[in-house]
Design a protein around this ligand. Sequence first.
Ligand SMILES: [Zn+2]
Length: 361
Amino acid sequence: MSASRYFSDTYQAAREKFRAAVAKAGGIPSTEANPGKGPDGGSLATDAAWFGPKDPSRALLLVSGTHGVEGFCGSGAEVGWIETGGPGRLPPGIGALVIHAINPHGFAWLRRVTDDNVDLNRNFVDFTRPLPENPAYDEIAAALDPERWDDAARADCARRLQTYADKHGDFALQSAISRGQHKHKGGLFFGGTVPTWSRRTFLALCRRHLARCRHVGFIDLHTGLGPYGYGEPICMHAPGTSGFSRVSAWYGDQVTSPEQGNSTSAVVVGTLGEGLERELPQVAVTGMALEYGTQPVPDVLLALRADNWLHRHGDPASPLGRKIKRQIRDAFYQDKDDWKEMVLKRALEMFDRAVAGLARA
Ligand SMILES: [Zn+2]
């Protein structure tokens, strides 16, 4: 098996590969055009494919590119599943909705965020209620969003963040930065103040295809946390819920839970899973994020700070801009054959487990 052929070097190439795989496998394609453009002037879209019976009682839901640039990984996993006969292995009565590049802007521009600088996986909060506070982020906000990105400015920011980590711990620093915030719209992990295009598109696709299901097995594909190439199944549901029990039963003892403190991820608020459950309350959702490791967390966070600075104050086409773009791509996508093999093997294993869980549900 050579997994590399399922992965792509650019958003446009990934899109073409996905659409070709869907056509070959007999999936029903659909395209949601995004109003923006890629850095090459090319059009942007979220593609989706439906496999299996019309109106099944249960469905697998795969999503790639929630965090834009992480779509290199998720796209490869989706294309690999389709190309290796995944749709054909669906038992009777089970369908699959595969969503490709739900944040096409971030994928094409090599960014984790949407065009409005929103972290899509923090954007699914209920905007009719008071937004979650993140006072820890407020404390270090200036060090995360400097106006300059030279050696002196970088060192000064690093020093201030290290001071926070020395006082509260490394994971507390990661949590402060990544749990999500709704106050600093030019900052990191900004959850937004309104629903983004990607949120509306995701929910519309789910309504269209999944509203009549009684059970959906949801896997959201991510990268950037954990050991190189390892895919960590992170439970989307709070401990004590029926969703939590089902995720544990389906995926076994490797499942982690941010709320229980055994995950590489901090507790995050406003995820796609929350949005899906709120949108389709009649549907039982068994959801997990499959999170693949790339580089050490400090390198990943540094790449995010650099990229945030670049799009606020710098020029992506400059030599420094190109260097930062390379840095953020590497932070979320290891363009290496062994990494892709690990990603695909794990993805197929987890997708099979989801389908088996649905078959029993
Ligand atoms: Zn992610």
